[in-house]
Design a protein around this ligand. Sequence first.
Ligand code: PEP
Ligand code: MN
Length: 271
Amino acid sequence: MMNLSTDCKLVKKKNCEDATKIKIGETVIGQDFAIIAGPCSVEDEVTTLKIAEEIAVLDIKFFRAGAFKPRNSPYSFQGYGDKALNILSKVKSVSGLKIVTEVLDNDAFDAICDVADIVQVGAKNMGNTALLKKLGGINKPVLLKRGFAAKIEEFLLAAEYILSNGNKNIILCERGIRTFDDFTRFTFDVAAIPTLKSFAHLPVFADPSHATGLRELVTPMAKAAVVAGADGLLIEAHIDPDKALSDSRQTINIDELKNINNKVKALLAFR
Ligand code: PEP
Ligand code: MN
């Protein structure tokens, strides 16, 4: 196994009792297995509220949806922006779900942090050191996604940027890396889960949706992630996946989400 850079000072796990636990509402992340589910992008208000309602019925506590979407192409849908933040705050008050949404280093930074219960750093921004430093100064947990070309150590050093600037509440998220094979959108690095957990004291989530890009692979990879030791899953789900505004091909329906949720308890016994 590789040796970790000595600069991984704060992120490094010192002993088995060292695990970071983050209490959000009634869930203690790092202790209670948690699912974060919802559409890739915030949809129109009616659709978003309906998805949230169906997720809440499953007793899932966290709702994800992007308001600002840093897409590969400038011509692709960029998210409903400020309007989406209002929809997310409605989701929060109507459903009681906790909100996970991506933060960008833009004019809406404060408004995004206000509505989010967990602030998501997207894979494209994992190496944005100015943004990471800024997130060190906020009072909200950060879900930090692995850059798709980032080595484990680079990922941990990105977390170190946030920790060393004062924010201790970080969740690492493996979301697939780029390899030679583009059959799947990215290659799910399932080994990263136990590796990160052995080096760092932070909770580790897995995102089988972006990791595969194919909805038929989401359930098998979600199961693999649970058995591999993940503290939680981030999953793209929609009441009508084919109509999703973005990432439709990797988005599962609510029945499939329910199926994953029902299997988690039994899978936890395998680790
Ligand atoms: C997302 O969660 O919708 C997203 C854009 O993910 P990533 O940053 O991992 O590509
Ligand atoms: Mn997405």
